[in-house]
Design a protein around this ligand. Structure first.
Ligand code: ACM
Length: 537
């Protein structure tokens, strides 16, 4: 319990006795925990017709603030005052507020006014997310969703806040389970409330290709080879792919919540859904190799074939037109090198180009695609096999590489010894940490408990200060091939996503699992209301 002293100095002097009065502070409970909280004396009273003043540039954020308050209180009807400088809640853009922090904000609760200041709309939005939690305070019994007790008054104080990491993401596999727009909007709402800012959208993989490409309409007409997935698609009646119009809607909905949608188009492995339609994309086309299930040899693309490179460039051109994200994910994981090694024309190509190992070949084509993306102002991301790392204990000689990834490429570390992440940084690449040890949400709660997710430190040990800056942040991964429906996905995502949100936002020295569990009550209540069946601890 915090206590503030209010001393009436004049009275003290005049009367000669101590006239200090103690005020019990209603402490804020915010998740992710803010950088700095300073309490002040007095309370702000929440009232009907609460007004929100904002400049024109913050119309989106003001509407968001109004809707958030509307969702919390049926009896408070917020009024928007565009262009006005004074009201009960004031949103202020000011370049001088935390100028080094593009997502930072200052939330000032005074007796008569609440002021949210930031240097950019993103910070204003995060200030509103914090205010929403202060207003929606729940009772403090930890571990279970409880009935919401709305705050009728707020303790005065100042919160100064900004994130520990710039990249705070969740990757969702929609190749295996198609969620559909409405489900995605809900997910985006919940990510934004947790101040997460990236949705990695895994749109192509073995089960199905989920994004319309106008140049290759066959890709989304392909009934998936996977009977289980086909059956799910037909049961859930949400369609089975996103049209380009759908994609634009999703991207805009996310952007209004400061979330960048990063599309992932898998190459050269996990390509069955495309290779089935265009067999010339696959390694097997020339060698005529077929496994009994007719699948595995069609898993990997032949990245030595200019026609194949052209296909991926055409696909990426449409993708980059749809996604304003500066980052485009190209997969790159789990390439079984023996398929490349067994193909005589790939051997020939490698000989002609002086490429000694399959790892060198992977680096060569990754750089080629990255240079294409860079010509359109984008940076490529790939899983941590893209630099040839031998993370699956395969033949050592296949993974020896003399080549380096272009420095603009980002390595998404997921598997293998942490030294692979460090090696990528030493080679000059930025990394995103998506470790299977802490951030794979398809893993069971026995493998990754809520606490284990919470204890994740995205910065590998032993890095210099300069090297630590190359860790952009973290990404949770939600692979869905084992999930029959959205409920099963939600069970895996929630509540661990809240733990990872705090990992991404809160300074490591401010993390405290017990305090986190208390603050989680607000979200458990909210998710329960949404019908989300969250998982255990
Ligand atoms: C992965 O989980 N295959 C990146």
């Amino acid at each position: 319990m915090k206590v503030l002293s209010k001393c009436f100095l004049a009275i003290c002097i005049l009367s000669g006795f101590n006239a200090c009065e103690e005020e019990i502070v209603q402490e804020y409970s915010v998740l992710p925990e803010p950088q700095q909280i300073e309490y002040a004396s007095g309370k702000f009273k929440v009232k009907d017709g609460i007004s929100i003043a904002f400049p024109h540039e913050l119309a989106n954020e003001a509407a968001y603030c109004r809707d958030a308050i509307n969702r919390l209180f049926t009896t408070v009807n917020p009024v928007l005052k565009e262009g006005k400088k004074t009201a009960d809640i004031i949103l202020v853009l000011d370049a001088a507020v935390l100028p080094e922090q593009p997502e930072g904000y200052v939330l000032d609760v005074k007796k008569k006014q609440i002021i949210i200041k930031a240097n950019a709309p993103a910070g204003i939005l995060y200030g509103i997310q914090t205010l929403r939690q202060l207003l929606g305070a729940t009772s403090a019994s930890s571990g279970q969703a409880v009935e919401t007790r709305r705050a009728t008054s707020l303790q005065c104080g100042t919160i100064t806040d900004y994130p520990a990491f710039a990249w705070r993401g969740l990757m969702l596999d929609e190749s295996s389970l198609f969620r559909g727009k409405e489900g995605l909007f809900k997910l985006l709402d919940n990510l934004a409330e947790l101040k997460m800012n990236v949705l990695g959208w895994h749109l192509t993989d073995m089960p199905a290709w989920r994004i319309e490409i106008k140049k290759y309409p066959e890709l989304t007409k392909n009934p998936t080879h996977d009977k289980k997935i086909a059956q799910r698609d037909s049961i859930n009646k949400k369609g089975s792919f996103y049209t380009q119009e759908d994609v634009k809607e999703v991207v805009a909905y996310a952007a209004a919540r400061n979330i960048t949608v990063v599309p992932e188009i898998e190459m050269p492995a996990h390509g069955n859904s495309a290779i089935e339609v265009f067999p010339w994309l696959g390694v097997a086309k020339n060698v005529g190799e077929k496994t009994p299930d007719n699948l595995v040899s069609n898993y990997i693309s032949d990245m030595t074939d200019p026609k194949v490179i052209e296909f991926f460039q055409n696909v990426l051109t449409e993708v980059m037109d749809l996604f304003p994200s500066k980052f485009i994910h190209i997969g790159g994981d789990e390439v079984e090198y023996h398929y490349w090694k067994d193909a005589p024309y790939i051997k020939q190509y490698m000989k002609e180009k002086g490429i000694k190992t399959p790892a060198d070949l992977q680096v060569e084509f990754t750089n080629k695609i990255a240079q294409f993306a860079a010509s359109k102002g984008r940076r490529v991301i790939g899983w941590n096999e893209i630099n040839g790392a031998n993370i699956h204990n395969e033949k050592v000689e296949d993974h020896i590489t003399e080549r380096h990834l272009d420095p603009g490429i980002i390595v998404q570390y997921w598997h293998g010894d942490i030294s692979f992440a460090k090696k990528a940084i030493e080679d000059g690449n930025d990394i995103i940490n998506a470790s299977t040890r802490h951030a794979y949400l398809d893993y069971t709660y026995k493998q990754i408990s809520l606490e284990k997710a919470y204890l994740f430190n995205p910065i590998p040990e032993g890095l210099t200060v300069a090297q630590q800056k190359k860790v952009l942040g973290l990404s949770a991964s939600m692979w869905t091939w084992q999930c029959p429906d959205d409920n099963a996905v939600n069970h895996q995502i929630y509540p661990r996503i809240a733990a990872l949100a705090e990992v991404g936002w809160t300074a490591p020295d401010k993390k405290d699992y017990k305090r986190f569990l208390k603050a989680l009550d607000y979200f458990l209540t909210d998710w329960k209301k949404q019908g989300i069946e969250y998982g255990g601890y």
